[in-house]
Design a protein around this ligand. Structure first.
Ligand code: NI
Length: 167
């Protein structure tokens, strides 16, 4: 396994729309293993392929503290959603920034797993937030785009400054 580098907002590659995965082959399995290592190391609870500059419809989630429940979603589709809820979100591509986002409270998602089998998951709470957040990445959308334009430009400036500080 290898740790991958995570694209940082406002890197334009984060705006790429991901393509469907055609087949769950060895390349995909290796990518998932590398993404899991990258996510756990960060540490984070979700990572979309977009964030590691792979523009395919693939995301991983593990919301457990023990890091022992890795969920893989390939070509995910939200087939129904209900209610709305506000949660504070963060993102490995937007380090150090947290803000409230309103999303569906409950969702039903269908996707393919790493064995190539379709599954359906009903999710609420943190899992529902995380799935919606990561699926946005696949559409080329970062959570800060839900915030006001003023907040977005402040965040951009803050992150650009941080890049300069580490050069
Ligand atoms: Ni994110």
């Amino acid at each position: 396994m290898a740790k991958l580098s995570i694209l940082r907002y406002p890197d334009h590659r984060l705006y790429t729309v991901a393509q469907p995965v055609q087949s769950v082959n060895e390349r995909i399995k290796r990518l998932v293993a590398d993404m899991a290592e990258t996510m756990y190391d960060a540490p984070g609870i979700g990572l979309a392929a977009t964030q590691v500059d792979e523009h395919i419809q693939l995301l991983i989630i593990d919301i457990t503290e023990e890091h022992n429940d890795l969920r893989v979603f390939i070509n995910p589709v939200i087939v129904s959603s209900d209610g709305s809820a506000v949660h504070e979100e963060g993102c490995l591509s937007v380090p150090g920034i947290y803000d409230k986002v309103t999303r569906a409270e409950k969702i039903t998602v269908t996707a393919m797993n790493l064995a190539g089998d379709m599954f359906t998951l009903e999710a609420e709470g943190l899992m529902a937030v995380c799935i919606q957040h990561e699926m946005d990445h696949l559409l080329g959308k970062v959570f800060v785009e839900y915030l006001s334009t003023l907040k977005q430009s402040r965040i951009k400036n803050k992150l650009k400054k941080r890049v300069l500080e580490t050069m």
